[in-house]
Every structure is written in structure tokens, then in C-alpha cells.
Design a protein around this ligand. Structure first.
Ligand code: PRP
Length: 210
């Protein structure tokens, strides 16, 4: 056991719940009360501090070094241009990045530029520019499924997990882009200084992968 607290940034919400389930199986995370409004939980026995943050902010806390490690969707790693060490795939949080819209919506060979609503402007721009298709990005912060329904955009680029949000809004996947999943990331400096402790956690997490 080290003398310093190891700080882990956990994403709030769906991915955070899955992460806590797995952490509990390896004997960690018991101090975290998800229903509370508290943002920091300390396990003095294990010398681990947990911070609950918005999923897309996990990478910022880790890159700046206030968290040593963190759990994050690959989507946030691809969207944010930050320098962190990707330690392992966690085997959960599996989703696909997809272009979605109303059934029959045309993506290619349109007279007008395709309007794409998304929380992920960087990912969407890169994807379409690789095939030389100019698009107009409409940046939203959530509930992007609304955009094609009200004519704000032609399509959306978003992650699809169960597909239930698309279904509930009469939208279809028009094109699957690529799969993504949850990753364990580390601050580059923290990883060197806390190598043994972080390695021990990753070893345990590896045993939990299906
Ligand atoms: C994510 C994503 C989709 C939905 C997909 O949104 O942006 O809207 O989940 O999941 P599903 O296929 O299982 O329905 P999130 O729940 O993070 O909320 P947000 O739209 O407010 O960002």
C-alpha cells in the first residue's frame, strides 16, 4: 500500500454504473454512493479516492493529473485531443458510432450539403472528410435525436448502445461507423510513479473481462 491516495475519475451515469459493478467485483468502489450528490469518496483502507465527473470530463481530470486513472468511453478519447495513456479495454460499455436519421434519408449524392447534428464534431468531421464529403456540423450537447425530427439537421452522428433511443424516436441507423467501448486511462506521469498500484488494479480488471 502506498502512502498517497490513488485518485480514480469515474464517469457519472450509465458507464459509471457499469464501472462500479465491475470495481465492486474486485473489492473496490464500495465507498461510492451513486445516489448521493457527493462528488468525492475516500477509501482510507485501500488509499483510493474516487471522483465522480461528467463522462466527457474524465479525460480532462486525468490529463491534468488531478486524477491518476479514469474510466472513459473511447468516444471521448477520440473527440478530445488530449494526451493520456490508454491502459486497457474494459470489455464493457460496448456501443457503435453511427450515422442515424429518418428511415430512407439519403446520406450521399445530395444536392445540398448534409447537415449533421452531433455531440462529436471532431469525429463526424474526420469521418466525412475521409471520404471527401462536405458537411455542416450542428453541435449539440445532448438529446441529438431531436434534431432530425424537427428539421434542425438531416442526420445525427452519435453512439448507439441498445438502440432504444433511436427506436423511441422513429430513427434508424443509416450507416454504422465503428465500434467503441470503455477504456481505462492513466495520466502519463502518474502511471510511472504509481506503476505497481495501477498494475495491480489492471491485473484484477483483466480477470473480470468476459
Ligand atoms: C447516449 C447517446 C444516445 C443514447 C444511446 O446519450 O448519445 O442518445 O445514449 O443509447 P441507446 O442506444 O441505449 O438508447 P446519453 O444517455 O448519454 O444522453 P444525452 O443524449 O443527454 O447525451
Amino acid at each position: 500500500m502506498g502512502s498517497k491516495m490513488l485518485t480514480i475519475a469515474l464517469p457519472k451515469g450509465r458507464l459509471g454504473n457499469q464501472t462500479l459493478d465491475v470495481l465492486k467485483k474486485i473489492g473496490l468502489g464500495d465507498v461510492v454512493i451513486e445516489s448521493s450528490r457527493r462528488l468525492i469518496f475516500e477509501d482510507e483502507q485501500e488509499m483510493i479516492r474516487y471522483m465522480l465527473v461528467k463522462p466527457s470530463d474524465v479525460i480532462t481530470y486525468v490529463e491534468k493529473g488531478v486524477a491518476d486513472i479514469g474510466v472513459i468511453g473511447k468516444d471521448s478519447i477520440l473527440e478530445e485531443n488530449m494526451d493520456v495513456y490508454e491502459l486497457m479495454d474494459l470489455g464493457f460499455g460496448k456501443c457503435v458510432f453511427a450515422i442515424a436519421g429518418k428511415k430512407g434519408e439519403i446520406i450521399h449524392q445530395r444536392d445540398e450539403v448534409l447537415r449533421v447534428a452531433t455531440k462529436y464534431p471532431k469525429i463526424a468531421l474526420e469521418y466525412f472528410s475521409l471520404r471527401n464529403q462536405p458537411i455542416e456540423i450542428i453541435k449539440l450537447n445532448g438529446s441529438v435525436e431531436l434534431a432530425p425530427l424537427v428539421g434542425l439537421s438531416d442526420v445525427i452522428v452519435d453512439i448507439v448502445e441498445t438502440g432504444s433511443t433511436l427506436k423511441a424516436n422513429d430513427l434508424d441507423i443509416l450507416e454504422e461507423m465503428y465500434p467503441i467501448s470503455a477504456k481505462l486511462i492513466a495520466n502519463r506521469v502518474s502511471y510511472r510513479f504509481n506503476y505497481e498500484r495501477i498494475k495491480e488494479i489492471t491485473r484484477k480488471l483483466e480477470t473480470m473481462k468476459g
